[in-house]
Write a protein of this length. Sequence first.
Length: 74
Amino acid sequence: MSVLRPGDITDEMIQAMDTAKRQGLQKGLRALAANIRADAEGRYDSAEPRWRSGVEWTLLWIENTASQLTEGRS
């Protein structure tokens, strides 16, 4: 078994791990938004306007947060 030494983990490796984490979080947030949207769709007709606007605000917030995870990053 090889032993890691200082310098074995490069900046590129660290950046790749960070990118993978961000993309995983982004995917999870978008899946959450899709589940909320699907659950809410059948309830819109009978729901109060405040409830609908709350769902829409939540979906927008989730999407904005997901977008910011990879915005301006390579």
